[in-house]
Ligand binder design. Structure first.
Ligand SMILES: *Cc1c(COP(=O)(O)O)cnc(C)c1O
Length: 408
């Protein structure tokens, strides 16, 4: 008898964003005049850079002419883009990559989720708590997470608690702790906005090399780094033999709708003598037919000089929002984290309110929507996430309301 993949049945409903939508919609029904501002979205709002738009138009014209028409491209991405990524993204950071170590994709969400395909089904996965839910849910779908407990934790996952005591950075497993095979790390972090210093990242790289683990490094927010921090895990010596890196044009250049990302698997990275680059290539050529030609031409334009200037301006726009939110909340005496090297501000809820309690207070008394920290994992309880992806005007208005609410 046919059965569904029973691992899916264990997954809790996508509770977080549907519950937020439910509460906002109930509030709007009761208060039809209310002007609700969302600082909860994890999506960009600014239009694409003019240079990117021009490249998109030109690429569209290519498709109109027999001489320049493109059908299926290489599954791994066009050479022009892989070379631009190697030369413009990595080389300035002293990271030397061959274009065939870079796999262009339709985004980092699919790649961070699909990467599990090339590892043994019984691989032990470690995730930070709180965490971007994709790593957890895709581990569950592949049967690597075990069973879901009433405490909100999966039985086979190793949770790396990230608390304010450690700057929301995970601590290395101790000598008595179980050894994870796969370790998901994301810096700058969503949801906490935390960063990792080169020294701390070096400890993780050394740990992975000493224990035969592989680090799955999500660098989706590297473009928001303003301090002296590693942008790529390959800036750390030894990382090429133990780490896969994921990157995305989504937060870098506003491609959340256009869809483009890439995954790096260096040739040195081998498990039991088997090249992970070769396995991923086999996986991609079988299950993926390449990212859209228009998106790849647009991605190439991001690396032009003018493109870089323009995307930097947009990132600076969001960073200004982040500073404004951060400063506003700190001035009110709130405990605030993130927002310096990331578009996320992570705050401790005042008066030990629960994450959802604070959500309701903010919605009902300031008409501002954020994201309850508990939605990202048990260690997120008592915290709250605000995002810097809104307009200056709406962000300023939201901060005025929060200031009035707290009597500032
Ligand atoms: C937004 C985000 C991504 C990017 O996902 P895309 O599929 O490339 O849009 C990846 N990782 C994290 C943690 C994110 O927040």
């Amino acid at each position: 008898m046919l059965k569904v993949n029973e691992h899916f049945l264990q997954l809790p409903g996508s509770y977080l964003f549907s519950e937020i939508a439910r509460r906002v919609s109930a509030y709007r029904t009761d208060h039809p005049q209310a002007d609700v501002i969302s600082l909860g979205i994890g999506d960009v709002t600014r239009p694409l850079a003019p240079t990117v738009i021009r490249a998109l138009h030109e690429a569209a014209d290519d498709q109109a002419d027999e001489a320049t028409f493109r059908g299926y491209g290489p599954e791994q991405g066009y050479a022009f883009l892989r070379e631009a990524i190697a030369g413009r993204h990595y080389l300035p950071r002293q990271v030397v990559l061959q274009p065939d170590e870079i796999f262009v994709s339709d985004g980092a969400k699919s790649d961070t989720g699909n990467i599990g395909d090339i590892f043994s089904p019984d691989a032990v996965v470690a995730v930070c708590d709180p965490v971007y839910p994709v790593y957890v849910d895709t581990s569950a779908m592949s049967g690597r997470a075990g069973t879901y407990g009433s405490d909100g934790r999966w039985s086979r996952l190793i949770y790396l608690p990230c608390s304010r005591e450690t700057g929301f950075c995970p601590q290395l497993p101790g000598p008595q702790d179980p050894v994870p095979d796969l370790i998901y790390l994301c810096f700058p972090n969503n949801p906490t906005g935390a960063v990792i210093q080169a020294d701390a990242l070096r400890e993780w790289v050394d740990y992975a090399r000493n224990h035969g683990s592989v680090i799955l490094y999500d660098a989706a927010y590297e473009a928001y780094i303003t301090e002296d921090l590693p942008h790529s895990i390959y800036e750390i010596e030894g990382a090429r033999s133990c780490a896969i890196e994921f990157c995305s044009f989504s937060k870098l250049a506003g491609f959340t709708g256009l869809r483009l990302g890439f995954t790096v698997i260096p040739h040195e990275l081998k498990i039991g003598g088997v090249s992970l680059n070769k396995l991923w290539n086999r996986r991609q050529t079988t299950k993926f037919n390449g990212a859209c030609y228009l998106a790849q031409k647009a991605g190439e334009a991001v690396y032009s000089e003018q493109g870089q200037r323009e995307i930097r301006e947009t990132i600076a726009y969001y960073q200004q929002n982040a500073r404004q939110i951060r400063r506003g909340l700190s001035d009110l005496g709130l405990e605030v984290y993130g927002g310096v090297n990331a578009p996320y501000i992570w705050l401790r809820t005042p008066e030990d309110a629960s994450s959802w309690g604070f959500f309701d207070t903010l919605l009902q008394q300031a008409q501002v929507v954020g994201t309850p920290g508990s939605g990202f994992g048990p260690c997120g309880e008592g915290y709250f996430r605000l995002t810097a992806f809104g307009s200056h005007a709406r962000t300023a208005e939201a901060m005025d309301r929060i200031r009035r609410l707290f009597g500032g």
